[in-house]
Structure formats: C-alpha cells, structure tokens
Design a protein around this ligand. Structure first.
Ligand code: SAM
Length: 345
C-alpha cells in the first residue's frame, strides 16, 4: 500500500535579501511617505503567523514596499496574494518577486484608500456573514498616517458589509503606532479607552498580538509598533447605522475627563439640551456620573438605541451638530450680521 502523500509546500527560490533589493533598486525610504521597512524575516514571519493558517488562502497585502512581509506571506503558503503599493519605485522589485512565485502574486500600483477590493477576488470565495470567515486575509504594515483612517473606513465597511467585506467576515492583521494599538484593544475603564476602542470592539473581536520595537525598522520610527488582529463579529454589538454610533461615541468622548452627561448633552440643540439628554440617559439606563472611559459597549449600545429612538421622534435631530449652532451664534454676535449669520451690507 502506498504511504500517505506528502503535500509539497511552496518555498520561494533563493532571492537577493530585502537589504540587497533596497540597494539594487535604490529604494531610499521616503520620510514624507513615513516609510519604515522591516528587513528581519523572523519578524515578518511572526506578523504573518498572527493571521492564522494562510495555506491556499487569498491575501491582500497593503503597502508591500520592498517585499519582506510579502515573502513571508508567500512562504506561509498563500495561493493568491494581491499587493497594493502606492509608490511606483517598488513595482519592479515586486514584479521580480512575482516571477519567482508564478501565478501566486498580483501586483497593483494604486492607493489602498481608493482601491476597489470588492472586485479584487473571485466571487466563489464568498461566505455568508454568519458563517465562518472566508479564506481571505488582509495583512499590512502601513504608515501610521494611513493605517488609522484606513481602519475607520474598513470598520464602516464591516458595518455595511461593503469593500473587503462583500466576501464575508474578512480578517485583518495590521500594524499601528503602539498607542493606537492600545486604544483599539483598550477595555472598559482603562486609561487608553477611547472612541477607537468602542468603534472597533462593537464590530470586531480585536486582539493585540505583540509589540515591535521601533529599532526593528529601517529607518527607525520615533515610536514602537503594535500588531493588531481583527475578526468581524457575526452579530455586531450595536445594531444601529455606523454614522449614528460614530456620532454618539464622538460626542460622549469629546469631554473625556468629565462625566458622560456633558458629552451626551451636546447631541441636542441648546434649547432642549437638559430635558432630551435626561430622557436619553434614563431610557438607556446609563449612570450620567460615569466618565466616558467607564462606559461599557452595552452602555453605548443602550445610548445609541435611545438616541435613535429620539431621532425618530424629533425631526432634524440626527443632522444636528452643536458646532454648527455655536458657529452661527458666534456669527450673529458680530456687529452687522443678520439673524441667519449672513453679513449685512
Ligand atoms: N510592508 C513593507 C515593510 O514592512 O517593510 C513596507 C512598510 S512601509 C511602513 C509602508 C508602505 O506602504 C510603503 O511601501 C508605502 O509606499 C506604502 N503605502 C503608503 N501609503 C499607501 C497607500 N495609500 N496605498 C498603498 N500603499 C501605501
């Protein structure tokens, strides 16, 4: 009887090191683009392991640069790796890597903030939202200036099941400035608890994986870096539109050190502020003396539900912005201005 067949695992052929690739293509890191490269393959392998098994998986890598993390993803057995890189200086080196991994690496010269990932992968990989996550992962070591707006955009995509989440609950493994990683994973009452903690945790299981010291990057950034893993929840913890949740959370956290009542009041026009804020807190059964950092996700769920209820009863409340009311008030106080804030000739 024949013995068990050993599945051949893919290994990249011998290639110039990432350091040599950088020299070969003269890939000086651009300070303006906050480029910091990872040259140590043990570290890039460790980041990739946080994603789970990539054998035969589809992967999108954001910001591959000289390709260190890209090599680790290929060596982990990904069958289909799509990389999106904005800086055209990296494209020839990535094409060389693509030749070393025939049929496995697709190189896109583009901006991840506008790239249509909903068109990047075959429809057959799609899983129902309530099902297990699809065999699609997003992995990236992006500049900090991109990773924070990008995760907010992707959280909104998770809520709407659009973008990379048309395929189901696509998992993300991303790097952030350590302080941002701490905010993303901060629990109730911790010092780092913030708007980002609530927005990420009501939609995902968020796991802090490990910290990479700044000295591991070339050139060395000012700060350390945190690797964070996200799995979208089958059932979001707050069942309201993303923009409504974002508005409630933003208002509550704008007075971080005060009691939560103060931020909640700012959701309402000045004339009705105390009454409607009281109604909202009573309906949500939230203690108005708690600080924003002390509120749990169920507290935010109750607040978002109560606010949504009040919006359905008070026309125009959803679009009300206290800053706009303040701006108009300020304009009206200026000599020569009319009651609607326009200047009189
Ligand atoms: N992944 C590489 C590594 O770990 O060594 C490079 C990391 S470097 C911090 C970030 C990379 O993201 C750079 O190659 C940069 O050009 C690219 N990048 C920056 N903004 C981008 C964007 N909006 N879309 C795609 N790539 C971007």
């Amino acid at each position: 009887m024949a013995g068990p067949t050993k599945i051949a695992s893919f290994r990249l052929p011998p290639l110039p090191t990432i350091g040599e690739v950088i020299k070969l293509y003269n890939l000086r890191a651009e300070k303006q683009l906050s480029q910091n490269f990872l040259l140590d393959m043990r570290l890039t392998d460790k980041i990739v392991r946080q994603a789970g098994s990539l054998r035969d998986a589809h992967v999108c890598e954001v910001g591959p640069g000289p390709g260190g993390l890209t090599r680790s993803i290929l060596n982990a057995g990904a069958a289909d790796l799509l990389v999106v890189e904005k800086d055209n200086r990296f494209i020839p080196g990535l094409k060389l890597l693509s030749e070393a991994a025939p049929g496995k690496l697709r190189v896109v010269h583009g901006d991840i903030l506008t790239y249509r990932m909903d068109r990047g992968f075959p429809e057959v990989i799609t899983k129902a939202w309530e099902d297990d996550p699809p065999d699609l992962h997003i992995i990236g070591n992006l500049p900090f200036s991109v990773s924070t707006p990008l995760i907010i955009k992707w959280l909104e995509n998770i809520s709407n099941r659009t973008g990379p989440f048309v395929y189901g609950r696509t998992r993300l493994t991303l790097t952030f400035q350590k302080e941002v990683a701490e905010r993303l994973t901060a629990s109730t009452a911790s010092r780092q608890r913030s708007r980002l903690s609530i927005m990420a945790q009501y939609l995902c299981t968020v796991k802090s994986c490990f910290t990479i010291p700044g000295r591991a990057f070339i050139p060395k950034p000012e700060v350390d870096v945190g690797v964070v893993h996200f799995t979208p929840l089958a059932q979001p913890q707050i069942q309201q539109p993303f923009k409504l949740v974002e508005k409630v959370v933003r208002n509550v956290f704008q007075f971080r050190r005060k009691r939560c009542r103060k931020g909640i009041q700012m959701l309402f026009p000045e004339a009705q502020r105390p009454e409607l804020a009281e109604v909202m807190m009573r309906e949500a059964d939230v203690d108005p003396t708690l600080r924003p950092t002390e509120l749990s996700i169920p507290d935010f769920r109750a607040l978002a539900d109560a606010y949504s209820h009040l919006c359905s009863e008070n026309q125009g409340l959803l679009t009300y912005d206290f800053r706009e009311e303040l701006r108009l008030k300020h304009l009206n106080r200026r000599p020569g201005s009319s009651s609607n804030g326009t200047q009189q000739p």
